[in-house]
Structure formats: structure tokens, C-alpha cells
Design a protein around this ligand. Sequence first.
Ligand code: NAP
Length: 260
Amino acid sequence: MFTPVKSRSVIVTGGSKGIGKGIARAFVREGADVLIAARDEGTLRAAAAELAAGAQGRVETAVADVSRVEDCRRLAETAVERFGGIDVLCANAGVFPDKPLAELTEADVDDVLGCNLKGTMFSVQACMEALEASRHGRVVVTSSITGPITGYPGWSHYGASKAAQLGFLRTAAIELAPRQITINAIMPGNIATEGLSDMGEDYIRATEACIPQHRLGSVDDIGNAALFFASDEAGYITGQTLVVDGGQVLPESPAALEGI
Ligand code: NAP
């Protein structure tokens, strides 16, 4: 059994929907106090009400755009004010608009890198001091299989941002180690979320056919992985990645799944 995360202070960026809400639910279920952050206040409030129902820990909200350094600082300050410190940062906020490389504009690239890469880097930077003060600080980054391992037409900028998160993580892990902070990344495959459902039924059916387990992942699958990285028992693991994808990256070709 893992040491409980009860009463630990946890920030989840992008915690109002999808994977972030699933991560928040996993921590709240275990009695942690969770601050969820996103840009839209209404969605945040609805998510907090849903998460608080039957929760052991407290659920609070903070409106923040992680692509803005100042918002990242305010977010960290809010967690310290409300919960007395920060034990865990789940840097999860991300966007994945699709556009072919031939049509990409500078603004498209800035938007995706601004949220997915800059948002990750500056939310970690903003929380460093409080995470160090906890003496067991944990950062869990939501990356993706897309970019670091796989590719998909329309997601060249998105894939670049997700691979870049891992480049950041490996040096950050070294700089954070003397502060007793670990940083690791989850690489989800295709997870059933509001964001993914926008891709349409055809995309979802075609994707399920390519996954050895023949189902999309659930947000709980990712929440459980985040809980593991946040545990005391994972304290000697840093700078690492965990693919959570039902085996999606494994088949060498469609033939590998024939009859499976
Ligand atoms: P989602 O359902 O669209 O949720 C995205 C969350 O991030 C929302 O809470 C959104 O709220 C927030 N957000 C977006 N931009 C933000 C910003 N600039 N500042 C603060 N919050 C922001 O997406 P998801 O599928 O859960 O994806 C979450 C993470 O998982 C992303 O990093 C994504 O790359 C990664 N991922 C997802 C999948 C998948 O299959 N779903 C697979 C691999 C990796 P607001 O819009 O209100 O800000």
C-alpha cells in the first residue's frame, strides 16, 4: 500500500475538464486538497461542484491562463494562501487544435507552445519554492505519445510541444533534485475526454481499432498514474516517463493486430 496523500496540497492545471478533472478526482478521492485551474470560470465552478460531492479533501478553483507567466505566479500564491503550501503540481493544461503544416501560422504555433510548453515550464518555476518547502515536492506533467513516440497529420505543432515537455523535464529533474522535488511525465494514448470527443466518432472508432486493448483510455487511468508519481514511494523516480495507452504504440503494423 502507498502512503496516503490525505491533506496534501495539489494543483491541477486544466483541471476543469477531461484528464485534468480525472487527475483532480483521483487526488480528492484520497483526501488531498486540490486547486483546479483553467481559463473559463463557469466550467471550473461546475467541475469543482462535481468533484466536491462526496469528496474527502477540499476543492478550490483559480482562473488562470498558464501561457501567462504572471498567472502561473498567482496560481502558486493562491495555493499557498488557501492550503498552506504546495506538495504536488500536476502540469496538465494543454490544447490540441489540428492544422496541416502547410497552413500553420506563427500565431498557431505560439498558441500551442504557449500553453503546452511555456505553461508547463512557468507553472513549475512558479511552484518551485513552495514544493521545496514541502520537502517531498512532486511535479507530474501530462505529455502525450503524440510527438515523443508517434505522429498524426495536423499535429506537428502539438507533437513538437509534447516532445519539448520531455526535453524540459530531463534538465528540470536535475535542477529540482537538490530541492527534493521529483518531476515525471505521463504519456497518455487516446483518452476519452471532452477534447477528444471533438475529433468525432470516425476518429474514435478508427483509433480503438489500433489499440491492442480495443478501447480508449479513461481519465481514471491517467489519474491513477499521477497518484503513483505523487506518492512517497515514488520518491526515487525522477525525470522519467510512463506511457499509459492500452498498448497503442506497440503494433509494428496493422497485421500485428489481426485476430486480436
Ligand atoms: P480537454 O478536455 O480539452 O481539457 C483541457 C483543459 O485544459 C481544460 O480544463 C481547459 O480549460 C484547460 N486549458 C486549456 N488551455 C489552458 C490555458 N492556457 N491555461 C489554463 N488552462 C487551460 O483536454 P484533455 O484531453 O483533458 O487534455 C489534457 C492534457 O492531456 C493536455 O495536456 C493534452 O495534451 C494531454 N493529452 C490528452 C490526450 C487525450 O486523448 N485526451 C492524449 C494525450 C495527451 P479552459 O479551456 O477553460 O482553459
